[in-house]
Design a protein around this ligand. Sequence first.
Ligand SMILES: C[S@@+](CC[C@H](N)C(=O)[O-])C[C@H]1O[C@@H](n2cnc3c(N)ncnc32)[C@H](O)[C@@H]1O
Length: 258
Amino acid sequence: MTAVTDALAVLCTDQAQRLASEQLALKLGVPVLDSASIDKHAPWAFYLSYRDGCLKLLDAASLKKGGLMVEIDPRPGEQHSYPAPKKDLLAQAVGKKTLTIVDATCGWAQDSLALFRMGYQVSCIERSPVMAALIADGLQRLAQKDWVLNRQLQVPQLQAGNAIELLAALPEAPDCIYLDPMFPPKRKKSAATRKSMAVLRDILGDDLDKQQLFEAAMQAAGKRVVVKGPDDAEPLGATPSMSFTSKLLRYDVYLKGG
Ligand SMILES: C[S@@+](CC[C@H](N)C(=O)[O-])C[C@H]1O[C@@H](n2cnc3c(N)ncnc32)[C@H](O)[C@@H]1O
């Protein structure tokens, strides 16, 4: 797979965002373009663009509308109170008594943010520079939310880089390390695969080093490692201490010393 940055440009459609766009393009080592320089022969498959008050990832087909961003509001059906109840499978898997969590595969940050809203102390790691830029933008927006400001909550911190190395250098072992690496597509394609995840797969491919990541997580975790994957995936460790399964997903829990 070619590096995602070969297929990416920053698109600046609002002159007020010129400086931010140029800084982002410089950081990612990609060109910055305006709309006039894009035609149907443009070689870029993806664009990052500051618009509608956030950073969005667009593909060539969604240049005029849409785009994907890190969604910072509660998911449909999730309670808006803080802390949100720890009642779903994710909370059961990380453990209701867990306090500190490192999400080592942050992606669109939906699991990190759900855990943050449940009151866990979360920090995030993401190795894709493109995803890290989108997450950083989402966390900045989160820090400005009234419910966060009023409670003086510390929003998750993001470390950009490979978790296999970063986990080994953590100053303190978190209670839980959470992993949701990219697995090959399920046998039967699920209609529920959200567009954001499909795009992530397109730009990043599978995470082929997930076994090493799992081993690094087992070394670095204080109490447990949780691995989220498709319900039919091979477990990353020999035998999980316990598993929580829904229709499409499985959370495998590995207790340290368990
Ligand atoms: C399936 S996505 C995670 C989705 C995420 N749980 C969410 O709720 O949006 C996997 C992400 O993990 C990242 N990743 C995989 N292996 C990693 C590693 N060794 N270090 C840091 N990030 C990694 C990938 O770049 C990708 O963005």
